[in-house]
Design a protein around this ligand. Structure first.
Ligand SMILES: NC(=O)c1ccc[n+]([C@@H]2O[C@H](COP(=O)([O-])OP(=O)(O)OC[C@H]3O[C@@H](n4cnc5c(N)ncnc54)[C@H](O)[C@@H]3O)[C@@H](O)[C@H]2O)c1
Length: 272
């Protein structure tokens, strides 16, 4: 073991890349894990060797996904009801990881909502409260509940958005909620570093999920050429959930052992 100012430096250099990428033996919780990005994150975490709890307000869908992924990967995958706006359910999912999976090393704060705000000058307090409760407080509380139970270190990944870095007209409450998640990622990385818990953000551009399709439907009906606008990034295409899930697996793995506090843009160059 090499030491730097008394702090042991884990030497990963003799481990194979496959071993560094593996999540074998890790226990994970994914919020909003029943569909969209969360479902693909659950699939990839299990494929990488983790046992996973997929928590979602849609408990039936989470249970169906869990049984499919368990059958495909041979991992323990549990679907459960979880509402990130209700902290008791976050704590219950974390407790379930300890009780039923035997521990907790990975927590993915994925659940989020993105209804169109409309003009900021007209937005109601209740709308702002809901956005901040789910996207911002839900992320903070999820990370806190996870860290309280990560007794031998771990990784927390927060789903941000390119809206965490730049504003777009008509989504001011969402922009506000996701800028805050960039801050949560930095602040908790600072406090959790000494606990050997890394905290990273992942910031997607537009990805083809049920939630996004629901938002795009009225724009398409209004005759807007929305697909061309979405593909106006440096790679010329819309993202798919696996584009994000692969980066989440990387962030959770020991390949990223020296990364914390930053938010990784998965944006096809759209922030460039
Ligand atoms: N898809 C994109 O283009 C995109 C881009 C940037 C960031 N994001 C972020 O990624 C995350 C996932 O987005 P998505 O496109 O997969 O969304 P989605 O709407 O397709 O799926 C969201 C999932 O979360 C669940 N959910 C919603 N509210 C919840 C709550 N209060 N508690 C628990 N579960 C809840 C839903 O039931 C659903 O299964 C969100 O945080 C979103 O802001 C998405």
């Amino acid at each position: 073991m090499i030491y730097s100012y008394g702090v042991p430096i884990p030497d990963h250099s003799s481990r194979s890349l496959c071993d560094l990428f593996s999540l074998s033996g890790r226990r994970a919780v994914v919020t909003g894990g029943a569909s969209g990005l969360g479902a693909q994150i659950v699939r990839r975490l299990a494929e990488a060797g983790a046992d996973v709890i997929a928590g979602d307000i849609d408990a039936a869908r989470a249970a169906a996904l869990a049984s499919d992924v368990a059958a495909a990967t041979g991992r323990r995958v549990i679907g459960c009801h979880l509402d990130v706006a209700d902290t008791t359910t976050l704590a219950a999912a974390a407790d379930r990881a300890i009780a039923e999976l035997g521990g907790l090393e990975i927590w993915v704060n994925n659940a989020g909502i993105f209804p169109t705000t409309g003009p900021a000058i007209d937005v109601a307090d209740e709308f702002i409260d809901r956005m901040l409760t789910v996207n911002t407080r839900g992320t903070f509380a999820g990370a806190r509940e996870a860290a309280r139970r990560m007794t031998h270190g771990g990784v927390i990944v927060n789903l941000v958005s390119t809206a965490g870095f730049k504003a777009s007209v008509g989504i001011s409450a969402y922009v506000t909620s996701k800028h805050a998640v960039v801050g949560i990622t930095k602040a908790l990385a600072l406090e959790f570093g000494p606990l050997d818990i890394r905290v990273l953000g992942v910031a997607p551009t537009v990805i083809n999920t049920p939630g996004v399709q629901a938002q795009l439907a009225p724009l398409r009906s209004a005759g807007l050429d929305i697909d061309q606008r979405i593909a106006a990034n440096l790679l010329g295409r819309m993202g798919v959930p696996d584009d994000i899930a692969r980066v989440v697996v990387f962030a959770c793995s020991d390949l990223a052992a020296f990364m914390t506090g930053s938010t990784l843009a998965v944006d096809a160059g759209s922030l460039s």
